[in-house]
Design a binder for this molecule. Structure first.
Ligand code: HEM
Length: 241
């Protein structure tokens, strides 16, 4: 790879990182600040007055969720990881604990949610994938499998970041789509935003995993062992065919 293309890629990476960090901080501070200071009235979602623990579950879910959202971007900065490995370890542990607490609370929040079946299913699947990818990230690093740990953490943070994507889609949907298509209802836009946030974030994460982790590894291997490299060229026809 040429020096120019490497520096272009590095610039793209830092642009993406800045976008993640700024939107995570922006979303974390505004939505959680509003909930903590404004209470139930500041909530964007309907809170069931008959379920005393509904709003509490949103707080128990949202606060550690916000911690994970804020800490995540720093774990992907290589110079920080290399210079301060103990800080990476500590922040990583706090991140994973925050994800587990937020995910468990989100199962409850999804169960008592008044927002409707389709978005409840999305939240259940998201929470399950959030826990699964966190467990895989932990398991792989305990075994010393650094590259696999990196891949699982990219997947996990993409799911954490679904909280931000959902709000971006929701704001776009209510601000742009609903005025343009008056038959659209808030619930439809909310459900579509929830599902879209999962699918889009997973696709972006997988693109990143292939481009930034798998492809460089394969290229390095190809340079080391050119003869053993698998090829996409068709296999030679067998004798007599
Ligand atoms: C990625 C996995 C996540 C899942 C499965 C999940 C699940 C949920 C569920 C079920 C609700 C209630 C929604 C409703 O009843 O309509 C909710 C609300 C909320 N979540 Fe999450 N969430 C996730 C990530 C996050 C993260 C990372 C944050 C970070 C701040 C967060 C912050 C919030 C907040 C603030 C609310 C309340 C919104 C409001 O009342 O205005 N969530 N989430």
């Amino acid at each position: 790879m040429t020096t120019t293309s490497r520096s272009v890629r590095r610039r793209w990476w830092w642009a993406l990182w800045a976008f993640l960090a700024v939107s995570a901080v922006g979303f974390g501070i505004t939505s959680l600040g509003a909930l903590v200071l404004g209470g139930e009235d500041a909530s964007l979602i309907p809170i069931d007055p008959d379920v005393a623990t509904h709003f509490l579950s949103i707080l128990v879910h949202g606060l550690p969720g916000g911690v994970a959202l804020l800490l995540g971007p720093f774990q992907f900065v290589r110079p920080l990881r290399v210079r301060y490995p103990a800080a990476h370890l500590l922040i990583g542990r706090i991140y994973l604990i925050a994800v587990v607490v937020a995910a468990v609370a989100s199962f409850y929040a999804a169960t008592v949610s008044l927002s409707g079946f389709s978005i409840q299913v999305a939240f259940y699947l998201l929470a399950a994938a959030w826990l699964y990818t966190a467990a895989q990230a932990y398991r792989t690093i305990r075994r010393g499998e650094v590259q696999l740990h990196r891949i699982w953490m990219i997947r996990n943070y993409a799911l954490t970041f679904a909280a931000v994507s959902l709000r971006v889609f929701l704001i776009t949907g209510t601000g742009v789509l609903m005025p343009a298509f008056p038959s659209l209802e808030f619930e439809q836009v909310y459900h579509a935003s929830g599902w879209a946030s999962i699918v889009v974030n997973v696709m972006v994460a997988e693109y990143f995993i292939v481009q930034r982790t798998v492809q460089p590894l394969l290229q390095r291997r190809q340079r080391r062992e050119p003869a053993a490299t698998p090829t996409l060229a068709p296999a030679p026809a067998a004798q007599g065919e």
